[in-house]
Design a protein around this ligand. Structure first.
Ligand code: GLC
Length: 416
């Protein structure tokens, strides 16, 4: 069995961020066909790299994006400093000409991003590819490539102030190679002792532990399962990243957007198991946020203005309900009960019930409950608690006509 390790403070801080924005943006955004367009449409490197000459970044404003993240209730942003196409959004300081300094943008976009985040109280994280479709050394001289990679990352860890973390992606491309992770992560620890280190395990290896320095596992496009941390040498956080539509990078022909309902359900499902939710947007070629994505983020932000308290500082505590329902413990001594599929109360001629109004029952409530109320309108709810049978039940009243929060949260004040 074994003990569950105690999280290091910076890892606990990361868990408390809870909800973040992922941004995919690069040369590919100009083609508006997703971030893998170079590879999957077999565009020769010589042709693809011409996109550098038209990359103006004229609408990119780190502060504006950080403001949007704030309105959306997000606490951190992960931006692609360099994606698989090998183009850097930062000043590589002589390492390569294939960066934003050598494009019409002629500025360090990661610097603008980091400063914008800090001004708005948002924590900046840097995504960095580990595989590379651009430099020959990746295929021809892996040792030399790893030096280039490490020097690139070192710039990001030394020239931009304190960062929230480094988010790597691409080791899955050469699963048997020696990526010299000790050296890379060691360098990060020296320069950014409290940076969260992530290395995406990929679509087919959800929640898989990696190198011991890694601070969070990833669930790419997949709902996180509860983490079994018993007997592990270190407490590792969890994060689910997800696209809003079908692609990470901007697509002009993506009609596969999820609904705000689904996104709110995903956010709650992540928090149910204590995982963070990293929701992606793809900026347009010039660095604008697409209108639909902005509107969706703001709508979820409205939900969080009502229920945020139940999302950010809470942690799983073994409270389970039926269906998707669950409970979390807050740092404030309160318990939060998440109720799904609640009906709108009203006249059956106008409202269609989507789920049950009535008692919702939970197990695992170990504290004495004093009172419980909906967070949105403060309505007090009646409840019964039978600790001997391990049952806690409260009367979930329906949404007032005109409202539907998808997931409604009740907060309970406890005696201890
Ligand atoms: C995948 C893709 C990549 C994307 C990443 C985000 O690994 O290769 O395009 O950036 O997932 O999690």
């Amino acid at each position: 069995m074994g003990q569950i390790p105690v999280p290091k403070p910076y890892i606990r801080e990361f868990e408390k961020l809870g909800y973040g924005m992922f941004i995919h943006w690069g040369l590919y955004s100009q083609l508006a066909q997703g971030e893998w367009v170079m590879k999957l449409r077999k565009i020769p490197k010589e042709e693809y790299s011409l996109l550098q000459n038209t990359f103006t970044a004229e609408h990119f404003d780190g502060r504006e994006i950080a403001r949007l993240a704030k309105r959306a209730g997000m606490k951190y942003i992960v931006l692609t400093a360099r994606h698989h196409d090998g183009f850097s959004l930062y000043d590589t300081r002589g390492l390569s000409d294939y960066d934003s300094m050598h494009s019409p943008a002629a500025r360090d976009l990661m610097a603008d991003f980091a400063a914008g985040c800090r001004a708005e109280g948002i924590v900046p994280f840097f995504y960095h590819t580990t595989l590379d479709w651009y430099v020959d050394s990746y295929r021809e001289d892996f040792e030399a490539y790893l030096r280039y990679l490490q020097q690139s990352v070192e710039i990001l860890c030394t020239e931009y102030g304190k960062i929230g973390g480094m988010w790597f992606d691409g080791n899955w491309d050469k699963p048997d190679a020696d990526w010299q992770e000790d050296a890379l992560y060691g360098m990060i620890r020296r320069n950014q002792p409290e940076a969260i280190i992530v290395n995406n395990s990929g679509l087919h290896k959800l929640g898989v532990y990696g190198h011991p320095e890694i601070d969070s596992v990833t669930f790419e496009q997949g709902r996180p399962h509860p983490m079994d941390r018993r007997g592990k040498p270190k407490y590792v956080a969890a994060e689910m990243c997800q696209t809003m539509g079908a692609y990470w990078g901007y697509s002009g022909a993506d009609f596969a957007f999820k609904s705000t309902k689904e996104l709110i359900e995903h956010l709650c499902a992540c928090r149910k198991v204590g995982a963070n939710y990293l929701l992606n947007i793809g900026l347009t070629g010039t660095g604008r946020v697409a209108k639909l994505q902005e509107a969706m983020l703001e709508t979820i932000g409205d939900w969080l203005r009502v229920f945020g308290q139940a999302i950010y500082t809470t942690a799983p505590c073994g409270i389970a309900g039926s269906g998707s329902d669950f409970g979390l413990a807050g740092e404030d001594g309160k318990l939060y009960f998440f109720v799904h599929q609640l009906a709108v109360s009203g006249d059956w001629n106008v409202t269609v019930p989507s789920g049950g109004v009535g008692p919702r029952t939970f197990t695992g409530v170990r504290r004495t409950i004093r009172s419980i109320r909906w967070m949105d309108n403060g309505e007090e709810l009646s409840f019964v608690h039978d600790p001997a049978k391990d049952l806690f039940s409260f009367q979930a009243t329906g949404y007032p006509y005109g409202e539907d929060y998808v997931v409604r949260v009740a907060e309970a004040v406890t005696e201890d």
